[in-house]
Design a binder for this molecule. Structure first.
Ligand code: DQA
Length: 145
Protein backbone atom coordinates (compact mmCIF):
# COMPACT_ATOMS: atom_id res chain seq x y z
CA UNK A 1 0.00 0.00 0.00
CA UNK A 2 1.19 3.50 -0.79
CA UNK A 3 0.08 6.76 0.81
CA UNK A 4 0.97 10.22 -0.44
CA UNK A 5 1.44 13.05 2.08
CA UNK A 6 1.05 16.51 0.54
CA UNK A 7 1.88 19.71 2.39
CA UNK A 8 0.95 23.05 0.88
CA UNK A 9 2.19 26.63 1.12
CA UNK A 10 4.43 27.70 4.02
CA UNK A 11 4.68 24.23 5.51
CA UNK A 12 8.25 24.20 4.17
CA UNK A 13 8.92 26.82 6.88
CA UNK A 14 8.00 24.57 9.80
CA UNK A 15 10.54 24.93 12.59
CA UNK A 16 10.93 28.67 11.92
CA UNK A 17 7.35 29.71 11.39
CA UNK A 18 5.11 30.55 14.39
CA UNK A 19 6.86 27.92 16.48
CA UNK A 20 4.36 28.38 19.32
CA UNK A 21 1.60 27.17 16.97
CA UNK A 22 3.35 24.78 14.61
CA UNK A 23 6.24 23.45 16.71
CA UNK A 24 10.01 23.56 16.37
CA UNK A 25 10.56 20.54 14.15
CA UNK A 26 11.22 21.09 10.46
CA UNK A 27 9.12 19.54 7.71
CA UNK A 28 12.09 17.33 6.88
CA UNK A 29 12.15 16.06 10.50
CA UNK A 30 8.44 15.30 10.37
CA UNK A 31 8.56 13.67 6.94
CA UNK A 32 11.28 11.31 8.15
CA UNK A 33 9.08 10.31 11.12
CA UNK A 34 6.02 9.74 8.92
CA UNK A 35 8.00 7.71 6.38
CA UNK A 36 9.56 5.59 9.18
CA UNK A 37 6.17 5.05 10.83
CA UNK A 38 4.64 3.99 7.53
CA UNK A 39 7.52 1.67 6.71
CA UNK A 40 7.18 -0.01 10.13
CA UNK A 41 3.56 -0.70 9.26
CA UNK A 42 4.43 -1.91 5.76
CA UNK A 43 3.14 1.24 4.10
CA UNK A 44 5.16 3.14 1.54
CA UNK A 45 4.92 6.89 2.19
CA UNK A 46 5.60 9.40 -0.57
CA UNK A 47 5.96 13.04 0.47
CA UNK A 48 5.47 16.23 -1.52
CA UNK A 49 5.47 19.90 -0.56
CA UNK A 50 4.94 22.95 -2.68
CA UNK A 51 4.16 26.61 -2.14
CA UNK A 52 2.51 26.71 -5.56
CA UNK A 53 -1.14 25.74 -6.00
CA UNK A 54 -0.69 24.63 -9.63
CA UNK A 55 2.27 22.41 -8.75
CA UNK A 56 0.20 20.60 -6.13
CA UNK A 57 -2.63 20.12 -8.63
CA UNK A 58 -0.24 18.82 -11.32
CA UNK A 59 1.34 16.44 -8.78
CA UNK A 60 -2.05 15.03 -7.74
CA UNK A 61 -2.99 14.27 -11.35
CA UNK A 62 0.44 12.75 -11.97
CA UNK A 63 0.41 10.42 -8.94
CA UNK A 64 -3.29 9.59 -8.47
CA UNK A 65 -3.06 6.17 -10.10
CA UNK A 66 -0.01 5.08 -8.13
CA UNK A 67 -1.27 5.81 -4.58
CA UNK A 68 -4.00 4.25 -2.42
CA UNK A 69 -4.74 7.32 -0.34
CA UNK A 70 -3.73 10.93 0.11
CA UNK A 71 -3.11 12.85 3.33
CA UNK A 72 -3.19 16.55 2.63
CA UNK A 73 -2.46 19.66 4.62
CA UNK A 74 -3.33 22.35 2.07
CA UNK A 75 -2.10 25.20 4.34
CA UNK A 76 -3.90 28.44 3.56
CA UNK A 77 -5.20 26.96 0.27
CA UNK A 78 -7.69 25.20 2.57
CA UNK A 79 -9.57 28.41 3.01
CA UNK A 80 -10.01 29.56 -0.60
CA UNK A 81 -8.69 27.23 -3.30
CA UNK A 82 -11.59 26.10 -5.46
CA UNK A 83 -8.96 24.92 -7.97
CA UNK A 84 -7.55 22.44 -5.44
CA UNK A 85 -11.06 21.43 -4.40
CA UNK A 86 -12.03 20.73 -8.03
CA UNK A 87 -8.86 18.69 -8.47
CA UNK A 88 -9.66 16.56 -5.40
CA UNK A 89 -13.15 15.92 -6.80
CA UNK A 90 -11.69 15.07 -10.19
CA UNK A 91 -9.09 12.53 -9.07
CA UNK A 92 -11.66 10.41 -7.21
CA UNK A 93 -9.23 9.33 -4.47
CA UNK A 94 -9.71 9.42 -0.71
CA UNK A 95 -8.10 12.65 0.48
CA UNK A 96 -7.88 13.08 4.25
CA UNK A 97 -7.48 16.74 5.24
CA UNK A 98 -5.01 17.31 8.09
CA UNK A 99 -4.04 20.47 9.97
CA UNK A 100 -1.34 20.74 12.60
CA UNK A 101 -3.20 23.47 14.48
CA UNK A 102 -6.84 23.47 15.51
CA UNK A 103 -8.24 25.60 12.70
CA UNK A 104 -11.58 25.88 14.50
CA UNK A 105 -10.29 27.78 17.50
CA UNK A 106 -8.13 30.32 15.67
CA UNK A 107 -9.04 33.26 13.41
CA UNK A 108 -12.48 33.28 11.76
CA UNK A 109 -11.09 32.80 8.23
CA UNK A 110 -9.49 29.51 9.28
CA UNK A 111 -12.87 28.05 10.23
CA UNK A 112 -13.80 28.00 6.55
CA UNK A 113 -12.51 25.08 4.51
CA UNK A 114 -13.45 24.73 0.86
CA UNK A 115 -11.64 21.37 0.93
CA UNK A 116 -13.63 19.59 3.69
CA UNK A 117 -16.72 18.97 1.50
CA UNK A 118 -14.63 16.91 -0.94
CA UNK A 119 -12.32 15.28 1.64
CA UNK A 120 -13.10 11.87 3.15
CA UNK A 121 -12.48 13.35 6.61
CA UNK A 122 -10.55 15.90 8.56
CA UNK A 123 -8.06 15.84 11.46
CA UNK A 124 -7.22 19.18 13.03
CA UNK A 125 -5.23 20.34 16.04
CA UNK A 126 -3.33 17.14 16.81
CA UNK A 127 0.04 18.32 15.52
CA UNK A 128 2.34 15.87 13.75
CA UNK A 129 0.44 12.96 15.32
CA UNK A 130 -2.55 13.90 13.19
CA UNK A 131 -0.64 12.61 10.17
CA UNK A 132 0.12 9.35 12.02
CA UNK A 133 -3.58 8.92 12.75
CA UNK A 134 -4.26 9.60 9.08
CA UNK A 135 -1.78 6.89 8.02
CA UNK A 136 -3.60 4.51 10.38
CA UNK A 137 -6.92 5.42 8.81
CA UNK A 138 -5.64 4.26 5.42
CA UNK A 139 -4.15 1.08 6.95
CA UNK A 140 -7.52 0.19 8.54
CA UNK A 141 -9.41 1.05 5.36
CA UNK A 142 -7.09 -1.14 3.31
CA UNK A 143 -7.58 -4.05 5.74
CA UNK A 144 -11.33 -3.90 5.11
CA UNK A 145 -10.83 -4.47 1.38
C1 DQA B 1 -2.58 24.89 8.73
C2 DQA B 1 -3.66 25.89 9.14
C3 DQA B 1 -3.88 26.91 8.04
O1 DQA B 1 -4.87 27.85 8.44
C4 DQA B 1 -2.60 27.66 7.76
O2 DQA B 1 -2.79 28.56 6.69
C5 DQA B 1 -1.44 26.79 7.51
C6 DQA B 1 -1.30 25.59 8.34
C7 DQA B 1 -2.27 23.90 9.86
O3 DQA B 1 -1.60 22.90 9.59
O4 DQA B 1 -2.64 24.13 11.02
O5 DQA B 1 -0.57 27.08 6.72
O6 DQA B 1 -3.06 24.14 7.63
Amino acid sequence: MKVLIVNGPNLNALGQREVNIYGSETLEDLEKQWVAYGNNCGVEIEVFQSNIEGEIIDYLYKTKNSVDGIIMNPGALTHYSYALRDCISAIEKDVLEVHLSNVDNREEFRKISVITPVACGKISGLGKEGYILAINFFILKNEEK
